[in-house]
Each structure stands twice: as structure tokens, then as C-alpha cells.
Design a protein around this ligand. Sequence first.
Ligand code: SF4
Length: 74
Amino acid sequence: MGAKNNELSKSSICEFLAVCNFFEVIMPSVPQLCEKMRQNYCYGGCGKCARHAYSKLYGSQDIPDDLFPNAFLG
Ligand code: SF4
């Protein structure tokens, strides 16, 4: 049962977490807001993150620094 929970936890964490520097570069002055956004996107909602979608399409190395997770990619 513990192993299954670990698998679920890992699958909900964004695979770009180690290379995505949005919070450090753009929002270092608002750590509490960063933490809320991390919980909302990086640790369980990366499917709704614009940076995640962009990285899937173009690669995480080319992602614009100022692309917000809640941006609309039309
Ligand atoms: S901001 Fe988006 S791309 Fe970056 S780690 Fe969080 S979910 Fe992933």
C-alpha cells in the first residue's frame, strides 16, 4: 500500500521541477505565493501549467523565463 502511494505521489510531481526556475527568477520576493502556486501546479496540477505545456512542445531549455504557469497558450 505504501509503494502504491509513493507511485501516485511521484506521478503527480512535474517532471520539469528540477529545471524549471520560474519561482526563483520571477517571484523570489513572494515566497508564500510561490509555495501556493507550487502546490497548485508543480505538485499535483502540472497538466494545467502553461510552462509545462510549453516544455512538452518545445523543450524545457527554451522556455521563456517570464511565462507564467497560469498563462493562456492559445
Ligand atoms: S511551474 Fe509548471 S513547468 Fe515549472 S515545475 Fe511547476 S508545473 Fe512544472
